[in-house]
Design a protein around this ligand. Structure first.
Ligand code: HEM
Length: 210
C-alpha cells in the first residue's frame, strides 16, 4: 500500500473455525506447558530469589509459550483498520484510494497450510528457531507496526514468569478452562478465567521477605 492511514471505523473479526476437540487437547498441553515453564525457571533462577527482567531472555520455553499464545489468540485479531492513501494493488486486486483494509491475523495464524495442528496449543513449535520464517503478525507489520512491541513482550514475559515462579496454578473444581472467544476488537474471553493460585512452598521464604 502506498502510504497507510488509520481508517475511522472498525470491523468485527470473521468467525473462526469451530475447535472444541482441539480445545481439550490444548488444555492438557497448557497444563504440561505450565509445569515445563516452572521447571525451566527453577533451573535458570532457582527458588531462593525472585526472578528479574535480566532472567527473562534466558527462559526460552517461556518465550515459546508467549509466542504460541499470541499466535492462537492475537490481541488484535484484525489488527487495526488501515486506509489506502493512494490507488494501489493488494494481492492482485485494484484498491482505490480511501479504501478501508483489514488484515485477518487470526486466520493467518491458524492457516493449516502454514502450521501443523494449527488449532492446538503447542509452544514447542517455536523451540530452536523451528518457526523461523513462519508468518506471524500479532503486532502488525510495516510502518504502522505496534511501537509498543518490545515493552509489551518484556512486560508479558516478566509478569508471566513471576506468576509461574511464585505460585502453583489450578483450575477451579478441575473444570476445563473455556477458551471460547467473545466478539470485539481485542479477542476477549467469552467466559472469564477463574483459577486458584497457591504460593509455592519452595518460594515461601522469598515471598515472606517481600
Ligand atoms: C500484547 C500487547 C500488544 C499487542 C498485541 C499490540 C498490537 C498492536 C497492533 C496489532 C497494532 C496495529 C498494527 C497495524 O495496524 O498494523 C498496534 C498499534 C499500536 N500500538 Fe500496540 N500492541 C500491544 C501493546 C502496546 C503497548 C504496550 C503500547 C504502548 C506502550 C502500544 C502502542 C501502540 C500504538 C501507539 C499503536 C499505533 C501505531 C500506529 O498507528 O502507527 N501497543 N498494536
Amino acid at each position: 500500500m502506498a502510504g497507510a492511514a488509520r481508517a475511522p471505523s472498525i470491523c468485527r473479526r470473521a468467525p473462526g473455525p469451530s475447535h472444541s476437540s482441539a480445545t481439550s487437547t490444548s488444555w492438557r498441553s497448557r497444563s504440561t506447558a505450565l509445569r515445563k515453564a516452572q521447571a525451566e525457571i527453577d533451573v535458570a533462577v532457582g527458588t531462593s530469589r525472585l526472578l528479574t527482567a535480566d532472567d527473562v531472555p534466558r527462559l526460552a520455553y517461556l518465550q515459546c509459550i508467549v509466542s504460541e499464545t499470541l499466535r492462537l489468540y492475537p490481541a488484535a485479531p484484525m489488527l487495526l483498520p488501515h486506509q489506502s492513501s493512494a490507488d494501489c494493488k493488494v494481492g492482485g486486486y485494484n484498491v482505490p484510494s480511501g479504501t478501508m483494509l483489514m488484515v485477518n491475523a487470526y486466520a493467518i495464524h491458524r492457516d493449516p497450510a502454514a502450521w501443523e495442528r494449527p488449532l492446538e496449543f503447542v509452544p514447542e513449535r517455536f523451540e530452536d528457531g523451528k518457526a523461523e520464517g513462519r508468518f506471524m503478525i500479532p503486532f502488525g507489520m510495516g510502518r504502522r507496526r505496534c511501537p509498543g512491541e518490545t515493552l509489551a513482550l518484556r512486560t508479558i514475559g516478566m509478569v508471566l514468569a513471576t506468576l509461574v515462579q511464585c505460585f502453583d496454578w489450578e483450575r477451579v473444581d478441575g473444570a476445563e478452562v473455556d477458551m471460547t472467544e467473545g466478539g470485539g476488537l481485542t479477542i476477549p474471553k467469552a467466559v472469564p478465567l477463574e483459577a486458584v493460585c497457591r504460593p509455592r512452598p519452595a518460594m515461601r521464604d522469598v515471598l515472606q521477605s517481600l
